[in-house]
Design a protein around this ligand. Sequence first.
Ligand SMILES: *[C@@H]1O[C@H](CO)[C@@H](O)[C@H](O)[C@H]1NC(C)=O
Ligand SMILES: *[C@@H]1O[C@H](CO)[C@@H](O)[C@H](O)[C@H]1NC(C)=O
Ligand SMILES: *[C@@H]1O[C@H](CO)[C@@H](O)[C@H](O)[C@H]1NC(C)=O
Ligand SMILES: *[C@@H]1O[C@H](CO)[C@@H](O)[C@H](O)[C@H]1NC(C)=O
Length: 559
Amino acid sequence: MMLLLVVLFGVASAAKLGVVQTEGGQVEGQSHRMGLFRSVDVFKGVPFADVPGKWEKPKPHPGWSGILKATKYRDRCLQVTLLQTKTQGSEDCLYLNIFVPQGRKLSTNLPVMVYLFGGAFLLGASNDVAILGDSLYDGKELADRGRVIVVTVNYRVGTMGFLSTGDSRLPGNYGLWDQHAAISWVRRNIEAFGGNRDNITIFGQSAGAASVSFQMLSPYSKGLFRRAISQCGVALSPWALQRQPMALTKKIARKVGCWRTDVDEMVTCLKMSDPVGLTMAGKIDVLLILGKGVVMDLLELSPVVDGDFIPDEPSQLFHNAAQFDYLAGINSMDGHFFAGVDVPSINMKNATTVAQVKGLLAGLTKEKGNAAIDSAYSTYTSHWGSVPDQAVVKKTVADIETDFLFLVPTQIALQLHANNTSGARTYSYLFNMKTRIPGFPRWVEAEHAEDLQYLFGKPFSTPLVYFPRHRDLSGYMIAYWTNFARTGDPSNGDSKVPAPWPAFTKYRHPYMIINNKISKSSISYDLRSYYVDYWTKTYSLLPTIKRDQEEEEDTATVY
Ligand SMILES: *[C@@H]1O[C@H](CO)[C@@H](O)[C@H](O)[C@H]1NC(C)=O
Ligand SMILES: *[C@@H]1O[C@H](CO)[C@@H](O)[C@H](O)[C@H]1NC(C)=O
Ligand SMILES: *[C@@H]1O[C@H](CO)[C@@H](O)[C@H](O)[C@H]1NC(C)=O
Ligand SMILES: *[C@@H]1O[C@H](CO)[C@@H](O)[C@H](O)[C@H]1NC(C)=O
C-alpha cells in the first residue's frame, strides 16, 4: 500500500517547463505543486528592460550568458515607504514575474494576463503587500484555477516615474513607457512559456487601472494586446492626470535646492540630484491639507498629456481604445478611505455636519466656485428628508467621493468605449462585497482595493482567515476574469459562471453586481445614473473659474 502511494505520488506530478529561452538569454524558475497533476511554474525577477536612465524611456536589456535563476523577486522601483519617512527600492527595477499553470502535459497557447499594480503612481510593486506569506499579487491561484498565464510587472513610480516639465525637457510618463516595454516583452517572449501572444489581456487596480486605460488610449498600443480590465480607476479619473506638471516640478525643485528662474538650469540641477532626495521630495504631505483642501489634490505625480505616448486629452483618444475588449468597474465604497481623511467624523461617533459636507464639496469642485457647491449639495441631499439619520449623512459623504473619484469617470470611459467600438465588447461591474476591515461603521460596503484578495484567490491560498462565502466570491471572480481573457466574454470560456453577464452597449448600460451571491438578479442597469448625469451634464456645464496655479507658484517663490 505504502509503495503504491509512493508510486502514485511520483507519477502524479505535473509537467514543468525547466529552462526557457528568452530574447535576453535562458531563465529557470521553480515549479510549485497545486494539486494532483497540477502545478504552476513561477519565474521571478525576469528583466524586461535595462536599468533605465534618469527620466529616460526604458532601453532594451543587453542580455546575459548562462542560465538566469528566476527564483527571487527583484527590487521594487525606488519609492517612498508607506509611512513616507524614508525610501525603499532601487533604480534597477525593470523586472517582471511569470506564473504558468501546468497539467499532465506542458501547457501551450494559453491566454495571458498582465497585471499593473496600484499605489497612486507613487508606491507599489509587482510583489507588493506580503501579509500572510505570498504577495497579494502572487499569480499562482489565478493561473491555476483560470488556466491562464499571469504576468506581474514593475514600473517606475513617484518622482522617478512621472516628473515632467510639460515640454521636451522632461516629457514625463516614464512609468507608462515601462509598462509598455513590459507588455511588449511579453508579446515577444510569452510563446516560449506556453502563452498565446495574440491573447494578451492587461489588467490593473487603482493607479494600475488608470494605467490600463492609458495603455489602451495610447497610439503605441495598436495590436499590442487584445483586452483590458480596469478595476477602480480610468484615465478620466480626476487624480489620474497632472495638468500643471511644471508647477509641480518647480515645487519639487525647490525642495531639493534646484529652483532656478532659468528652466534649463533647473532641469540640469534636477538631473544631477540624488534620486533618493528627489524621491523623498515627491512624497505627499497629508498634514498640509487637513482643514483646507481634499486629499485628491495631493496625488500629484501622475501621467501627463505629453504629445507622444498620450498625444491628447484622454477623452479625445477613445478611437485608439476601440480595438480592445474592455471590462471595467468600481467598488461600491472606493471613495471611503478618501472621505475618511477629508471628513474624519464619518468614521467616528461624532456627528457629520452640513458644513462638513459642504466643505468637502467645495474642495472637490473648486474649479467651478460656489454655484457648484449648492447644486451638488442639493443633488446629494435630495433623499435626506428633514431630519436625516447620521448613517445616511455619513454614507452620502463616502458616496460623493466614490462618485467623483471613481464611479462617474468609469461610467464615462465605459460609454466612450462602447460608443466607439465596432466589434470589441464592453462590460461593467459594481463590486459590493461587505468590507472585511474590522472597526468600520455598519454602512461601509466594499472599500478601495478589497476586490484584489478575491481575484488573486487568497480565500483558497490562506483558507483559515476566510469563510466559504469568500471562496464562492473568489471562484466567481476568477471565472469571469479568466473567461474574459480567453474569449472576450466573461460568461464564456473554460470556467462555469453563476449567471450570464450582458455586454454594455451604446444604448443599454447593464452592470454585474459582484459579491458572494451572484444570480440572474445580480444584473442591474444604469449605475447611479442620476449622479452620473449630474456630474457629466449639470456640473460640467457650470463655468470654470480660471485660476493659474503656475502663476501662483511663481509669485510664491520670489524670495
Ligand atoms: C485565444 O484563446 C482562445 C482559447 O485558447 C482561442 O479559442 C482563441 O482562438 C485565441 N485567440 C487568438 C487570436 O489566437
Ligand atoms: C469616440 O472617441 C472620441 C475620442 O477619441 C470621442 O470624441 C467621441 O465622442 C467618441 N465617439 C462616440 C460615438 O462616442
Ligand atoms: C469628536 O467629539 C469629541 C467629543 O465631543 C471632540 O472632543 C472631538 O474634537 C470631536 N472630533 C471631531 C473630528 O470633530
Ligand atoms: C454614447 O452614446 C449614447 C447614444 O448616442 C449617448 O446617449 C451618450 O451620451 C454617449 N456617451 C458619451 C460619453 O459620449
